[in-house]
Design a protein around this ligand. Structure first.
Ligand SMILES: Nc1nc2c(c(=O)[nH]1)N[C@H]1C(S)=C(S)[C@@H](COP(=O)(O)OP(=O)(O)OC[C@H]3O[C@@H](n4cnc5c(=O)[nH]c(N)nc54)[C@H](O)[C@@H]3O)O[C@H]1N2
Ligand SMILES: Nc1nc2c(c(=O)[nH]1)N[C@H]1C(S)=C(S)[C@@H](COP(=O)(O)OP(=O)(O)OC[C@H]3O[C@@H](n4cnc5c(=O)[nH]c(N)nc54)[C@H](O)[C@@H]3O)O[C@H]1N2
Ligand SMILES: [Mo]
Length: 762
């Protein structure tokens, strides 16, 4: 295979002319340091990041190894921590100086740049301002509002940062109060995994652990941007490459981190500047083309089996799987023409991957939002599982399926009962432990919660972190409807747009960040989280809090719960908040298998594994076996682009964490200075007679009676497949219809929206 063919970027489009990592990442950190002016000691705090006894990074969910590097943080992890430890403060004086209407005029970056929230705040309609309040007043008023509302008309949202301890209390509060409306950011993210992977393997999370990455000989990467979104993973990839592992990437965008990497932690490599090539083959699949690409690879593997034999793991197929014959018949009948058309790849490339796959003994499939955020995201995941199953690449050392999760504890929140699906929560156990009748009816997903805000059936919203109103599809429509809420409670660290459309009764409650000391009645407390590889870690914050008026998240959840619920001798909010070890005992009592000796094992270096049945080839599926899936469709898009229609992919830059915009440098894509841009292939641009820098209007091409447009995006020629354009999230979210989502899990189809472009007038 000719690496040059695939690893070289089109020279006539912008790109970052260096490897990821390297000096550029050091500069990236320096820029945020200059912007945020962190409080003294912040660098010392960074040195404790992701180390046993220290705090766990609030950025991505990539695992924290048992033997950490001296600097076990990356450019983006450092940015996240420095962002938390800024010396800027959004004080009551700041809010006195600005009406909420004025604040709505600020960008996402400038809102958070106002600094850490310092006091509990209440929205005052008369002055259109947030005013200082006391915790007692806030809890009492919120409790009274919640008691007056029908519990089923309220939503308790979580963003995937809150600890296992906080999350446990939050889900218990929701159920004691009377609903399962517990959507979380996962509903916009890896819910496709929770539902799709569970359907076919019986396990809702990935099967790999860290040592698997030391043994595999082939890694297949689908739609996960490691260099930006989980940069510490690049160290493992570099090691894997150095011992001869092959890496093949499927991604419409040439992401620098998967092309080559200079390790900023290896001084030698920094000075001689010889990057490690990462992908042996970089395949620019069409958005939504993964199903067809995988079908092509599987087709070729089956051809090899017919020709040479010994390719399939027949013993594994017979003992552990079901549905192989149907899959084989369907895939064999597919023509290369349609596979090339749907995937955007050449037959030759799919065959090369299949040949590599057939020769590899240990293969891992890795994926991110490029698979999950599509109408048939679940089927893309099922197709990747199909491929892995053919040669028994699940449930053996050095093999497996590895979704890379987003927020640092998003996987853990689901583990401790944050779910809108009652069948996934141990309701009988909760009933027995706390002496109440938990609600059994299905709760709302994120999409349903947003629809409920739009149609007025959702009356109260309690948000444990996050920026719901900004992160969801159709965000401008939902934002307009937001003031109709009777109650809006936002537990947050910094100001964002979800705080700026106050409902009748609106509260902004500031909390500690993870690196700060959580001092409660019995002394400083540790919290815990679960990473992408199902490892559970303790985290101890040591920094002095940004303000003496802050409370911890457990204290805030307990404060609201106590003010809302009737007394119950089995529910001892004060005792639990006084000593988080007691909450961990409750977690252990609820899930004894996963959390055995939780408190004793809290600071296990590298974390402790919660276990995974599919990893042990126990399949908790409907059939009791790993399930092959026959693809009924070859695209994960909900539409087939016709004529002038294109597919819009929305992406994160290297200078943001979700809706938190650190700055305007998307360094690893060679894009600097602005976010109001639309990436487009130069041929597409030329064909339409358009020029670089021209302003365009992007319209959603789905005709459901609701016009959706974003105006004034500047065209940037970029190395992309045909009929595909790329814009930043969350700016592009008004183009994403709420009802365009994964068929099974309802994860929004943020990566596959049909759009039309027209030249902006004026
Ligand atoms: N620094 C930083 N780190 C983060 C985050 C952040 O915003 N900033 N966010 C966190 C969160 S919550 C999450 S969920 C993760 C997200 O991390 P990722 O899963 O990497 O998510 P994205 O950056 O949205 O998109 C992933 C990739 O999918 C590709 N892609 C788009 N469509 C397709 C397709 O149809 N097929 C294929 N094969 N690829 C496609 C895109 O080009 C992009 O490279 O990162 C987490 N870590
Ligand atoms: N178009 C498009 N939309 C998307 C995506 C996409 O790829 N494209 N990705 C989706 C994905 S994967 C996700 S996960 C969602 C993200 O959705 P969310 O998780 O809801 O959003 P974030 O931007 O992570 O939330 C940022 C806010 O969290 C608060 N915060 C930060 N730290 C803490 C803390 O420690 N405690 C508390 N209480 N609050 C804190 C701050 O106030 C900050 O403003 O967005 C989704 N939306
Ligand atoms: Mo996410």
């Amino acid at each position: 295979m000719d690496r040059d063919d695939h690893a070289r970027q089109r020279p006539d489009t912008p790109f970052y002319d260096h490897a990821s990592g390297g000096w550029g990442s050091v500069r990236g950190m320096a820029e945020v340091l200059a912007d945020q002016k962190p409080t003294p000691g912040a660098i010392r705090t960074l040195m404790r990041q992701n180390k046993p006894g220290g705090h766990m990074c609030t950025s991505c969910a990539w695992t924290k190894p048992a033997e950490p590097h001296l600097f076990e943080f990356c450019e983006n992890g450092a940015k996240a921590t420095i962002w938390d430890l800024t010396s800027d403060r959004a004080t009551p004086e700041f809010f006195a100086a600005h009406t909420v209407t004025e604040l709505r005029g600020l960008s996402d970056h400038d809102l958070e740049k106002a600094g850490r929230l310092t006091h509990p705040l209440r929205y005052d309609h008369a002055t259109d301002r947030y005013l200082e309040t006391s915790w007692d007043e806030a809890f009492a008023a919120i409790g009274a509002e919640l008691r007056a509302l029908d519990p089923k008309s309220t939503v308790f949202y979580t963003s995937g940062r809150a600890s296992l301890e906080t999350s446990y209390l939050f889900q218990l509060f929701a159920r004691l109060y009377g609903h399962n409306n517990l959507p979380d950011s996962s509903n916009m993210c890896h819910e496709t995994t929770s539902v799709g992977l569970k359907k076919v393997t019986g396990s809702s999370v990935g099967t790999c652990i860290l040592p698997d990455f030391d043994q595999c000989d082939l890694l297949l990467f689908f739609g996960q941007n490691t260099g930006t979104n989980s940069p510490r993973f690049l160290h493992k990839l570099q090691e894997a490459k150095e011992r001869g592992c092959r890496i093949v990437t499927f991604n419409p965008v040439r992401e620098r981190g998967l092309v080559e990497f200079t390790n900023p932690q290896r001084p030698g490599q920094m000075t001689v500047r010889e990057p490690t090539p990462i992908s042996d083959l970089y395949l620019q699949v069409r958005p939504g083309g993964d199903i067809a690409a995988l079908a092509g690879i599987i087709k070729r593997v089956l051809e090899l089996e017919d020709r040479e034999g010994g390719v399939l793991d027949r013993g594994f197929l017979a003992e552990h799987t079901t549905g192989f014959d149907d899959l084989a018949a369907r895939v064999t009948a597919l023509g290369w023409g349609e596979l090339e058309r749907e995937s955007g790849l050449l037959r030759r490339d799919m065959q090369t991957v299949a040949d590599l796959y057939a020769k590899s003994e240990r293969v891992i499939g890795i994926y991110g939002m490029g698979l999950t955020q599509h109408v048939r995201g679940w089927l893309s995941i099922a197709m990747l599982v199909n491929l892995l199953l053919l040669r028994g690449n699940i449930g053996r050392d050095g093999t497996g399926i590895s979704p890379v999760r987003g927020h640092s504890n998003v996987q853990g929140q689901r583990t401790v009962g944050i779910t809108e699906k009652p069948e996934l929560a141990p309701l009988d156990k909760l009933k027995e432990m706390f002496g109440f009748e938990p609600p059994r009816d299905k709760g709302m997903t994120t999409v349903e919660a947003a629809q409920g805000v739009l149609d007025g059936t959702v009356r109260g919203f309690v948000s444990l972190g996050g920026n719901f109103a900004r992160a969801i599809p159709d965000n401008d429509r939902v934002e307009e409807a937001w003031p109709r809420l009777a109650l809006n409670v936002q537990i947050a660290t910094k100001l964002n747009r979800s705080h700026l459309r106050p409902g009748r009764s609106s509260w902004l409650l500031p909390c500690l960040v993870r690196s700060e000391e959580h001092r409660e009645a019995t002394g400083p407390q540790a919290v815990s989280m679960e990473d992408s590889l199902s490892m559970i870690h303790g985290s101890l914050g040591k920094r002095r809090p940004a303000s003496e008026h802050l409370l911890s998240e457990p204290a805030i959840v307990a404060g609201i719960a106590k003010a809302t619920l009737p007394p119950n001798p089995q529910v001892r909010w004060d005792d639990w908040v006084a000593d988080y070890a007691v909450i961990r005992d409750l977690i252990e009592a609820t899930w004894p298998d996963k959390f055995r000796d939780f408190n004793d094992r809290l600071f296990t270096p590298g974390g402790f594994h919660k276990g995974n049945a599919a990893r042990e080839r126990r399949w908790r599926t409907e059939s009791g076996r790993a399930e092959f899936t026959t693809p009924e469709a070859l695209t994960s898009l909900g539409h087939s682009p016709e004529g002038e229609e294109m597919t819009l992919v929305t992406l994160r830059s290297n200078d943001q964490f979700n809706t938190t915009v650190y700055g305007y440098s998307d360094r690893l894509r060679g894009l600097e200075g602005r976010r109001d841009i639309l990436l487009i292939n130069p041929e597409e641009m030329g064909r339409r007679g358009w020029a670089e820098g021209q302003a365009v209007t992007v319209e959603c091409a789905l005709d459901d009676g609701t016009p959706r447009a974003v105006h004034g995006l500047r065209l940037v020629p970029y190395d992309l497949p045909d009929a595909c354009v790329v814009a930043y999230y969350p700016e592009a979210n008004p183009l994403v219809p709420l009802d365009q989502h994964d068929e099974l899990s309802h994860t929004p189809a943020y990566k596959g929206i049909p759009v039309r472009l027209r030249v902006a007038v004026g």
